[in-house]
Design a binder for this molecule. Structure first.
Ligand SMILES: *Cc1c(COP(=O)(O)O)cnc(C)c1O
Length: 382
């Protein structure tokens, strides 16, 4: 089955009760038993819920995996992955990553004795310097947030296989429409389903997909034991989101390209970060491992400082100034004071997240309106 069919049918069956085309929202915590243990496959909704299961099957299908797990947020999904480890274990992670992931790693799990090394992975061989017998996991985000660096999953996978490490990829920015990490050798693919998977800015959710049954069992155990599951209503919404993922992503990519090129040709703009440019340092890898370049763009205006960046995002009218990304509506953000405020200024500037950086999540509106909006906001400063 091809991707555009999988989003609609993959892993999905019509509901056995009445043949409803979409799964019902099984808004229940528990299930009647005829005798202790005599149930129809469902006992308690933390463990299993039919609506959540329908979503989990769809997630597994679109990521070319076998097992899907849905959580109450992206961070809850990451939390479950790190709970595969124990005190003393070490993780090698990309250094340019979602601020909340960095906060979870350093402020929660370092306290439990897990050690994290944050490094640039554009050059995969650099990872080997950090591998030792305690290393258990490589954590990769690509494209990275917000600098749009591209990391070669296949190359990293060679290292993870050589040293028998788990490789997890945060696929939130690319989505399986553009990139399928499990096909490139990753063991775990993770999503903030809050973003493109849900796609309508109406839920907070996380997901994991794996191929290996043993690994899936360990993660299902953690999902149930820690209990950070999502509810049936949100599962339904995410499943509905998946049904249009491919058409939304197609438009996100088209609009993203037009806006990236507009910004690049604008004399007020110093630098545009978008992996579709031929002069992007990792363009060749992006071209090989992705089927398009997505709708996430970051840029810095000429001579801009903290205040003028803030002015620009405040002046936008069609773009909404907000955290998050991946919805049908265009959003603009100021990473230094918003999504990445939890990373110390020094750390953040090392990776390019300067005070003047603006990040766009390009939506699926008419691109002319989006460009006119950027134009008027930038012209108020320049
Ligand atoms: C938003 C985001 C997360 C965290 O997901 P939540 O659903 O907000 O918990 C993790 N990784 C990336 C790349 C994100 O954009």
């Amino acid at each position: 089955m091809k991707f555009n069919t999988k989003t609609i049918h993959g892993g999905q069956e019509h509901d056995p009760a009445y043949g409803s085309v979409m799964p019902p929202i099984y808004q229940t915590s528990t299930y009647a038993q005829s005798t202790p243990g005599g149930h129809k496959g469902y006992e308690y909704s933390r463990t299993h819920n039919p609506t959540r299961n329908a979503l989990e099957n769809a997630l597994a299908s679109i990521e070319n995996g076998k097992f899907g797990l849905a959580f109450g947020s992206g961070l809850a999904a990451i939390d479950a992955v790190i709970k595969l480890l124990k005190p003393g274990d070490e993780v090698i992670s990309t250094n340019d990553l979602y601020g909340g992931t960095y906060r979870l790693f350093t402020k929660i799990f370092e306290g439990f004795g897990v050690k994290f090394h944050f490094i640039g992975m554009e050059n995969a061989s650099k990872i080997e310097e950090y591998v030792n017998p305690k290393t258990k996991l490589i954590w990769v985000e690509t494209p990275t947030n917000p600098m749009m660096n591209i990391i070669d999953i296949k190359e990293i996978n060679k290292i993870s296989k050589r040293y028998n490490l788990l490789l997890a990829v945060d696929n939130t920015f690319a989505t399986p429409y553009l990139q399928r990490p499990l096909d490139l050798g990753a063991d775990i693919v993770m999503h903030s389903a809050t973003k493109y998977i849900g796609g309508h800015s109406d839920l907070v959710m996380g997901a994991l997909v794996v191929k290996d049954e043993g690994l899936a069992e360990r993660l299902y155990f953690i999902q149930n034991a820690s209990g950070a599951v999502c509810g049936p209503q949100d599962s339904f919404l995410a499943l509905r989101g998946i049904k249009t993922l491919h058409v939304r992503m197609q438009r996100h990519c088209e609009n993203g390209e037009v806006i990236a090129r507009y910004l690049k040709n604008n004399s007020a703009i110093e630098k545009v970060y978008w992996p579709g440019f031929e002069d992007h340092p990792n363009h060749a890898i992006a071209k090989e491992q992705m089927d398009g370049y997505g709708g996430m763009i970051s840029f810095v205006t000429k001579g801009s400082d903290y205040h003028s960046a803030i002015k620009i995002v405040e002046n936008l009218k069609v773009f909404t100034l907000a955290e998050s990304l991946g919805g049908v509506e265009s959003l603009a953000g100021h990473p230094a004071s918003m999504t990445h405020a939890s990373i110390p200024k020094e750390e953040r500037e090392k990776t390019g997240v300067v005070d003047s950086l603006i990040r766009l999540s390009v939506g699926i509106e008419d691109v002319d309106d989006l460009i006119a909006d950027l134009e008027q906001a930038i012209n108020k400063i320049y």
